[in-house]
Design a protein around this ligand. Structure first.
Ligand code: 1HE
Length: 263
């Protein structure tokens, strides 16, 4: 599908619209898409105010890797005060991804390391190619995760696995990543972007209120107490079902005009 619009915001991040799907690519292949402050800021700015027609996004790398993680040059001379604000900048940017307006599908290949894995974990669905591998070499570098990894990764793969990755430098292969839930889909090399774009196109067709509920209500309900969760679910369900979009979709099914669910 040819790109319909090109809206570059940073030399390190390419953005193009493909219908209702925004395709973002980390564009620092010469530095293995290491995430410097400008790139993290550009990601945050995009997801804080996505273009009008965007309904979903795909985030991918360029070159042989998704991302080598934090640009280590950014923190080499940093003191503790600068460090805490640097980490908070990442949190703010990644929150615009995780809790923003657009469902985001990460297309992973090659290195998905450190802050690159934190970035992938802030996305909602992960498609991995067989070349993908995952590591948290912060221990070897004398640092700690700072992009939300300690919050998101234990929920995704479990505290014990993250502890192992951080203490021993363990690297998970794409197959292992699929088995432990790091990726939702595992495909052959070269097929990841196409699948991510297909999935995003599907997601973009959902009722906007359903996508809102999945991005904003579901994670909170999943982590709240049971009774609070049941109540929040009822409220969200009632609001979604009362929306005109739900009314027309339900009518279409009842009139035999909607697609059936097949295996
Ligand atoms: C970088 C970075 C980087 C590459 N920061 N410059 N992340 C890491 O500890 C991973 C470090 N990177 C690597 O292990 C390797 O670069 C790769 C396995 C990803 C790729 O290897 P390769 O042989 O293809 O490339 P390269 O020759 O190592 O790197 C090419 C250039 O990118 C080179 O610079 P050049 O000027 O010499 O060409 C590298 O220095 C540069 N480069 N990765 C800066 N990460 C919010 S807290 C998160 C904490 C973390 O993310 S810790 C994990 C950091």
């Amino acid at each position: 599908m040819p790109p319909e619009a090109e809206t570059p915001r940073s030399p390190f991040l390419s953005v193009e619209m493909r219908g209702a799907v925004a395709l973002l690519r980390l564009a620092r292949p010469e530095k293995r898409n290491a995430l410097n402050e400008a790139l993290v800021t550009a990601l945050g700015a995009f997801f804080a105010a996505p273009p009008e027609g965007a309904r979903a996004a795909v985030l991918a790398g360029t070159g042989a890797h998704f991302s080598a993680g934090l640009d280590l040059a950014d923190i080499a001379a940093q003191d503790a005060t600068a460090g805490v604000f640097h980490s908070r900048l990442w949190h703010q940017a990644f929150r615009h991804i995780a809790e923003g307006k657009l469902p985001v599908i990460a297309a992973l290949h090659g290195a998905v390391i450190g802050g690159g894995l934190e970035l992938a974990s802030a996305c909602h669905i992960r498609v991995a190619e067989r070349s993908a591998y995952y590591a948290l070499p912060e221990g070897q570098r004398g640092i700690f995760v700072g992009g939300g990894g300690s919050v998101r990764l234990p929920r995704l793969i479990g505290l014990a696995r993250m502890t192992d990755m951080m203490l021993t430098g363990r690297v998970f292969s794409a197959e292992e990543g699929q088995a432990i839930g790091l990726s939702n889909y595992l495909v052959d090399d070269g097929a990841g972007l196409a699948l991510a774009l297909d999935l995003a196109a599907k997601v973009a067709k959902n009722a906007p209120l359903t996508n809102f509920a999945v991005l904003h209500a579901l994670p909170r309900i999943a982590e709240s107490d049971r009774e609070g969760g049941f109540l929040a679910e009822s409220l969200m369900a009632a609001i979604a079902a009362a929306d005109s979009e739900a009314k027309s979709r339900l009518r279409a099914f009842l009139d035999g005009r909607a697609a059936k669910i097949t295996p």
